[in-house]
Design a protein. Structure first.
Ligand SMILES: Cc1ncc(COP(=O)(O)O)c(C=O)c1O
Length: 489
């Protein structure tokens, strides 16, 4: 419906009946949606340099990522501008449990749009938020019943640390975190993210205590010596650290220690949760329940931005249980938008209907078995295979000192950080020559991270293993020389 503006209305809008009508604003030089879709790699590169992150392009070039424009994405594959299908074993660092564009998620979103449903629900309650929070409580053990919705893992973890701080009370403000942890890049959780790369020279909160991951004695010493410690935050499986797990005995002792010393345990399941390890939460492998947890990544079904903090009811009520304290915690503008919620609701239903958690367990076991066979075949190249379900790390031997002397200056010239790290070379060549995408880790440059979608089949694993086998079969010197040559060209 078009709206006619009467002279009286425009005078009212301009505030002065005698002032001239405002001139139409010239439209800035805007790119349209169709032009964006049709853009070529050269123009994308120019705009990336002009408006986004010129320095990051350096790393994309090292890995060969800068040549690719994704045109479509379906299931386990990206399809690039040449029609090439790229097998996705990167999986958006765990954001793509359902693969790309799962048809049930597309259908739910399309129907929602066609019905003109509402998105922003700040004034009213939302039936979609109500259903999603119910579903998350239903998927969570114990009394992990109270849910805060946000739009990223960092936001979910900020909410987790805040609820714990308030529940622990003013006498216990200190937070324990682990070496090699990653909990996000926003300022609060950056203080418990253990990477000089990210921490830079930012001024961070200083009420933190750092312990080695998985070291129960160090944690007990910290709890015993400092009664101001009120919270401990740990990833159940460290992702950025290079897929590091701790045994069941550690988690059980941790739960007991937290109960003894009155410390709240926050389990960061942003990357390892949501079925990836073969249980909904990775901590469920160990028969223990934390006080607070957080999910994000695949919670949005790979179609939307969704994060959630889930707290035990008692903890939540201590923090925000009164009318006075309730509003401290009220969500941000985009927390729990309509279409995002219904995407997440449908995604949780698909996760169980399609038995994707069971598939993560069985296909993940198959992946580990096939990788162990490669480990046995190439013991001088592969150092260790580790992980659980479809969250797997492959650590290469450290070649920084053993690369043939002739290659060292060439490799050093390329990039100081990649020097001697086979994972970069292997990842780049897997993509270039075998159409396979893998991920890397921030803290350990010798590790390749494998987090394929939970829809991954044995056939996909076979394709990946055949590619890796063929590449490693060329030998280290050939791999490094080929990589160096590709960078010179
Ligand atoms: C364990 C963990 N926590 C928190 C985050 C932060 O999530 P986001 O990037 O959505 O802010 C990540 C992201 O990689 C993560 O792996």
């Amino acid at each position: 419906m078009s709206v006619m503006t009467s002279p009286a209305t425009s005078a009212h809008l301009s505030g002065d009946a005698s002032s001239p009508a405002p001139q139409a604003l010239p439209k800035p030089n805007l790119i349209s949606v169709e032009e964006a879709k049709a853009m070529d790699v050269a123009r994308m590169t120019d705009l990336f340099k002009a408006h986004m992150n010129p320095g990051q392009l350096h790393f994309m070039k090292l890995l060969g990522f800068h040549k690719i424009k994704v045109e479509r994405a379906e299931g386990m594959f990206y399809i690039d501008q040449t029609g090439r299908k790229i097998l996705d074993f990167f999986g958006g660092f765990g954001s793509l449990a359902f693969g790309h564009n799962h048809p049930r998620l597309l259908a739910a979103r399309q129907k929602f749009q066609e019905e003109n449903r509402h998105e922003i629900a700040i004034a009213f309650m939302s039936q979609y938020q109500a259903a999603l929070t119910h579903n998350l409580a239903a998927c969570s053990p114990g009394d992990l019943d109270m849910v805060f919705l946000g739009s990223s893992g960092s936001e979910a973890m900020e909410a987790a640390v805040k609820v714990a701080e308030r529940a622990a009370g003013p006498k216990k403000p200190k937070i324990v975190y682990a070496e090699n942890s990653f909990h996000g890049k926003t300022k609060g959780v950056l203080s418990i993210t253990d990477g000089s790369l990210y921490r830079g020279d930012f001024r961070l909160v200083n009420n933190t205590v750092r312990v080695p991951f998985g070291d129960i004695d160090a944690i007990e010493r910290a709890f015993r010596s400092d009664p101001a410690i009120g919270t401990i935050v740990l990833e159940t499986v460290q992702g950025g650290g290079g897929i590091i797990t701790a045994p069941t005995a550690f988690w059980q002792k941790l739960r007991a220690l937290c109960d003894r010393y009155g410390v709240l345990w926050v389990a960061d399941e942003v990357q390892c949760g949501y079925g990836r390890t073969g249980r909904f939460y990775a901590f469920e492998h160990h028969g223990v329940v934390p006080d607070v947890t957080a999910l994000a990544k695949s919670l949005g079904g790979g179609k939307t931005a969704m994060g959630a903090m889930i707290a035990r009811r008692e903890v939540f009520m201590k923090a925000y249980g009164t009318p006075k304290s309730a509003m401290i915690h009220a969500p941000a503008t985009f927390g729990g938008m309509g279409e995002a919620c219904i995407t997440s609701i449908e995604a949780l239903n698909v996760l169980y209907d399609e038995k994707l958690i069971e598939n993560a367990a069985s296909t993940g076991a198959y992946l580990l078995e096939r990788l162990e066979a490669l480990h046995a075949k190439y013991p001088k190249i592969i150092k260790e295979i580790r992980g659980q379900g479809l969250m797997v790390g492959l650590e290469f031997q450290d070649f920084s000192q053993t690369l043939p002397m002739v290659l060292r200056p060439m490799v050093a010239m390329l990039d100081d950080k990649l020097k001697g790290s086979l994972s970069g070379f292997v990842g780049a060549l897997l993509l270039r020559d075998y159409d396979v995408l893998v991920a890397f880790t921030e803290y350990n440059r010798n590790v390749i991270r494998l987090e394929p979608p939970l829809i991954c089949s044995r056939e996909n694993v076979d394709t990946f293993i055949a590619a890796l086998d063929a590449l490693l079969g060329r030998g280290i010197v050939a791999i490094v020389k080929d990589f160096v040559k590709s960078q010179m060209g």
